[in-house]
Design a binder for this molecule. Sequence first.
Ligand code: SF4
Length: 405
Amino acid sequence: MKRRKSIPVKVGNIVIGGDNPIAVQSMTNILTEDVKASVKQVKELARAGSELVRLTVKDDAGAKAIPEIKKQLLEQGCEVPLIGDFHYNGHLLLQKYPECAQALDKYRINPGNVGFGKNKDENFEAMIKVAIKNNKPVRIGVNWGSLDQEVLKKLMDENAKNNNKKSNNEIVIDALVVSAVESIKKANEIGLSNEKIVVSAKCSRVQDMIKAYELLSEKCENALHLGVTEAGQGIKGAVHTTAGLSVLLQKGIGDTIRTSLTPAPGKSRTEEVKISKQVLQSLGLRFFSPEITSCPGCGRTTSTVFQEIAKNIEEFLQQKTSEWKEKGFKGFEKMEVAVMGCIVNGPGESKNANIGLSLPGAGEQPNAIVFADGKQIKTLKGNAEELTKEFTKLIEKYVESHYSK
Ligand code: SF4
């Protein structure tokens, strides 16, 4: 798959776009002025793999908190770039709080709500000038929930004169793209180069989001931040996001991604980071931790032993990832581990994986065969706990022998 050529943008300690890995980002969901809680959540998100973290900056309290959040994060060894999310009053806050403007690594500007009429251009210009003064990049982030109504009206009027050749939905998508492209042009005219501009055009409907980014990718060379906005909760939110992101990423479109998941009450915000990472890993675009291949099970493996072992190995691989990284093992993130339920596909999948366990199905000999690099290396026996223990030892050995520094 050929990646779309985009102009790289340096954001704090990472670079988005160009040939750089597709970056994962996320956003906090607590009051920014709560410095302690913000620092804690930014660290959690960064530890989970978020390479940029956005915080809302909606008022004086939030703007005042940003420099302290940044300071405490750096003191605690967390260098993740921070993005300020501005709506309505960003021009005022960025000018009133220069330390906030300096502490942030990027500003998100929403052209749909920077102001109206004459104020719109003035406010937009004020934000871009702060970015230039502080040598910071921006994201021009249009969103169909807060679309620039002036652009929309103009396109609707043109369409009416043109016998309504396009549907209202098509005009909304066109308006998103026009708003983004015109804003890039304006920012360039004010003096901000494309090396400082990331762009996004988020929609909550997957097909609309795909169309908007396809059009946008043809109309600019800027690095693109992808997201299905307001994806929803749980399985729906995860699949909705995955569907939208995957189609675009497979076409080579997208330099950074976010999963906009509504968290279930009490659930960690890091869920959205895990989904984004899994999308990239499932597409083979990035590798974060070893993956497990396990069959769905069927009438040939009705016991829970197979399910328990698959779960145990999954957890084991997640736990071990940071330890193996710290020990300096190289390339283990691409390792494939199979846990299979019976003889039908078990030996085949286990041989294809780096290391695999082919369990006995109902009525088969109670032998669990281990394959490594396509060859049978051991036969294990026992219950789920014993088999997990033996198999994890063999995985450890495999990592030490295949991925040492
Ligand atoms: S490998 Fe065996 S247990 Fe697993 S789904 Fe296939 S037939 Fe069923």
